[in-house]
Ligand binder design. Structure first.
Ligand SMILES: C[S@@+](CC[C@H](N)C(=O)[O-])C[C@H]1O[C@@H](n2cnc3c(N)ncnc32)[C@H](O)[C@@H]1O
Length: 345
């Protein structure tokens, strides 16, 4: 006899073991413009979709069946339409669209996951071999591959935009005048923060190829956002800030590296200055968090060979041992995010 919990787990198991195929079907549907077309032309017939997507009839039949099986497409009287969720998440090309996230995960993240057993057993990010160059992290390798680097940062910016409102609205930033955004990528986070807080200036510090991407990426970037290229481990942090943000950055590294970055932040800040750590946190008992799980695996297989969505209590311990006081975490933010912070006494 099975109980309701077993039935639910079985249903989840069936979905999980088919998920890689279904994930790719959804992404292909995005890439051939299916959701976008159905958003503008609901209840399209098969022949129309065939013309729009350019996919041969039999293969389109297979693709449509797969996407219908996910529930994201609905079929009525032989015509197709987006589910409400697909319309909301997958039909748009906007910079915060899931379309960019899925393509980035398909192109960069998930091909590496086939190496999971090898990489975890080897204790290093063996999947990095798929990228030319000799830098030890994905970020450094991508700097020699501008096309894939752009796909990667488009996907990261889109996901960041989805999880950013909770950060941007935090009252702590109202008192900050000059934020140093370490590993700030193409400046998406700093741009949103400065747009929300009119007296805030931000300096975005990232490796040179990413800084250049940020400089180029948006002509509408607020003037109060400046880019400073550099290496966060080997170069000094720019001075003059009263707060430092690590957004989706510390999780990439080991405990020792995190401690060294937090100590560097401490030394850079004036008294009373605050450090903010924003990103994914798995639960304190390390049993919960599917976004955190995906991140931890991706980091270890591909990006850096270490790191994880550390539990908030661990960030708090690192903050205290770097000298920060008034340490606390705002947890339960969307997408398993938390904001840990401390002040220099
Ligand atoms: C996961 S992304 C986070 C981007 C952004 N902060 C956000 O929240 O979307 C990590 C960033 O750290 C940068 N990074 C990695 N290693 C670095 C290093 N040694 N020095 C400077 N930036 C680095 C990467 O280029 C990338 O933009």
């Amino acid at each position: 006899m099975t109980n309701a919990g077993d039935d639910q787990l079985r249903e989840r198991f069936d979905l999980l073991v088919n998920a890689p195929a279904l994930f790719n079907a959804i992404t292909t549907a995005v890439e051939v413009g299916l959701f976008r077309h159905l958003s503008a032309h609901p209840r399209s017939a098969f022949a129309e979709l065939r013309q729009v997507t350019g996919v041969p009839a039999h293969q389109l039949r297979v693709l449509l069946q797969a996407v219908c099986a996910t529930g994201l497409l609905e079929k009525t009287d032989g015509t197709y339409q987006n589910s409400t969720l697909a319309d909301e998440l997958l039909a748009s090309d906007a910079t915060d669209g899931w379309a960019h996230i899925l393509v980035g995960w398909k192109e960069i993240y998930y091909p590496a996951f086939a190496q999971m057993t090898t990489a975890l057993k080897a204790g290093t990010n063996t999947a990095l071999e798929m990228f030319p160059g000799d830098g030890p992290t994905l970020y450094q390798r991508l700097s020699g591959d501008p096309e894939r680097e752009a796909v990667f940062h488009r996907a990261m910016a889109a996901f960041t935009l989805r999880s950013l409102d909770a950060l941007v609205e935090r009252p702590e930033f109202a008192a900050v005048r000059h934020l140093l955004d370490i590993g700030g990528g193409d400046g998406t986070t700093s741009s949103r923060l400065t747009a929300r807080h009119p007296e805030l200036h931000a300096t975005v510090f990232d490796i040179p190829s990413v800084s250049a991407l940020g400089e180029d990426s948006s002509p509408s970037r607020p003037e109060r956002v400046a880019f400073r290229p550099g290496d966060m481990f080997n170069d000094p942090f720019p001075t003059g800030c009263d707060a430092i943000l690590f957004s989706h950055v510390l999780e990439i590294f080991s405990g020792d590296q995190i401690l060294s970055l937090l100590k560097k932040a401490y030394d850079t800040l004036p008294r009373g200055g605050r450090v903010f750590i924003y990103g994914y946190n798995v639960s304190d008992d390390e049993t919960d968090g599917i976004y955190g799980a995906r991140l931890g695996l991706y980091l270890n297989i591909l990006a850096s060979g270490q790191g994880m969505a550390y539990p908030a209590r661990e960030y708090e311990e690192w903050l205290r041992s770097s000298g920060f006081a008034d340490v606390h975490t705002v947890s339960g933010l969307p997408y398993e995010h938390g904001l840990s912070s401390g002040a220099k006494p």
